[in-house]
Ligand binder design. Structure first.
Ligand SMILES: [Cu+2]
Length: 70
C-alpha cells in the first residue's frame, strides 16, 4: 500500500493564515490525499501516496512558506 500518514512537527505557525498557507502549499503537491494542520499542537499530518510524493517534498513545501520543520 503506497499510502503513508506522517505527522510533522512545524515551528512558526501562529494564526489561521499560517494554517491556510501550509495547507495550500502541501495540497498543491501531487499525491496528497489529506492534510491537517493542528495549530495548538504545532503539527501537520499528511496522508500521501508515497509513489508520487515523498516526505522530503512535503517538508520543502512547508519550509518554502517560511516555517521550520523539526
Ligand atoms: Cu499566521
Amino acid at each position: 500500500v503506497p499510502n503513508l500518514v506522517e505527522t510533522l512537527k512545524v515551528e512558526g505557525m501562529s494564526c489561521g493564515h499560517c494554517v491556510a498557507a501550509v495547507e495550500k502549499a502541501v495540497k498543491d503537491l501531487s499525491g496528497i490525499n489529506m492534510v491537517n494542520v493542528d495549530l495548538t499542537a504545532k503539527t501537520v499530518t499528511v496522508d500521501f501516496d508515497n509513489q508520487v510524493v515523498n516526505l522530503e517534498n512535503i517538508k520543502e513545501a512547508i519550509e518554502d512558506q517560511g516555517y521550520d520543520v523539526l
